[in-house]
Design a protein around this ligand. Structure first.
Ligand SMILES: NC(=O)c1ccc[n+]([C@@H]2O[C@H](COP(=O)([O-])OP(=O)(O)OC[C@H]3O[C@@H](n4cnc5c(N)ncnc54)[C@H](O)[C@@H]3O)[C@@H](O)[C@H]2O)c1
Length: 256
């Protein structure tokens, strides 16, 4: 459960697409919009947990939550999935470009192939998913796009330069897309999460000690979970943010 109680009536029956919605922050965002009565579809590469999430949520949400298995590195597959979603559920009013992989990589070991694959996983699909969704948003009179960046590129973190490059790129892309799509009443904004403790983060990177160190740097001395990103995402997608575009919102408990 997201724990979000605020209701935005404009989301009822609205088409929402979340990438990387099968786990972590994306799953919380899927749930957040589904509990607003939106028609939520999500894309993920991971099948089992995504199917479980869609089935679990669909039991008590206004509209069934729909999962599309897509590898976002495949631009043709993105276009096909978006066409299917629009044909089935109608126009997409909100797009959350959330998917990424914060894989660590050794500076010396990075090849051209690895670099390109990393950018395809973390940056390229943000452009192409937005490009695929834009015509249906435009036809519906407007919409909102929220891209997921990270504070990681502000922190001099040496362990994943391809990832931090992509996350910095998401901000430049957000600005440019906001300028391009603004005349069509499509707003494009960006969220930079801080340390969000998810299953993947706990399994791969975080320890009790590293969590405590980060909390030390936060103004708000609490562990942040995926639901911390849901409220800001709903706000940016909502009519409350009707004049907000081309912006980056840091949600890190106050590190920056
Ligand atoms: N968790 C954090 O602390 C944190 C901090 C800063 C930024 N972020 C950003 O927030 C977003 C979500 O992060 P998270 O921690 O929930 O990650 P996560 O790994 O838990 O979830 C990412 C989802 O994207 C999916 N995905 C990955 N590659 C894909 C591909 N090629 N095609 C389709 N789906 C794919 C994964 O299967 C997964 O379900 C990411 O953009 C991440 O960079 C997270």
């Amino acid at each position: 459960m997201t724990g979000i109680v605020a209701q935005f009536p404009e989301f009822r029956d609205r088409g929402v697409l979340v990438t990387g919605g099968g786990s972590g922050i994306g799953a919380a965002i899927v749930e957040g919009f589904a509990r607003q009565g939106a028609k939520v579809s999500f894309i993920d590469i991971a099948e089992t947990e995504s199917r479980e999430l869609a089935e679990r949520l669909s039991r008590d949400t206004l509209h069934p939550v729909r999962f599309h298995q897509v590898d976002l590195r495949d631009v043709g597959a993105i276009r096909k999935a978006v066409d299917t979603i629009v044909a089935h559920s109608g126009p997409i009013g909100v797009l959350v470009n959330n998917a990424a992989r914060d894989d660590r990589h050794e500076f010396e070991a990075v090849t051209e192939e690895y670099w390109d694959s990393n950018q395809a996983t973390n940056l390229r699909h943000v452009f192409f998913t937005t490009q695929a969704v834009a015509p249906s948003m435009r036809a519906a009179g407007g919409g909102a796009v929220i891209n997921m960046s990270s504070i990681a590129f502000l922190l001099n973190m040496p362990e994943f330069p391809a990832y931090t490059t992509a996350k910095a790129g998401v901000i430049g892309l957000t600005k440019s897309l906001a300028g391009k799509l603004g005349p069509d009443n499509i707003r494009v904004n960006c969220i930079l999460p801080g340390m969000i403790v998810t299953d993947r983060q706990m399994k791969l990177w975080l320890t009790d000690e590293s969590i405590a160190q980060t909390i030390q740097r936060q103004c708000i001395k609490k562990v942040l979970h995926a639901d911390a990103i849901v409220g800001p995402c709903l706000f940016l997608a909502s009519d409350c943010a009707a004049a907000v575009s081309a912006q980056s919102l840091i949600v890190d408990g106050g590190i920056f």
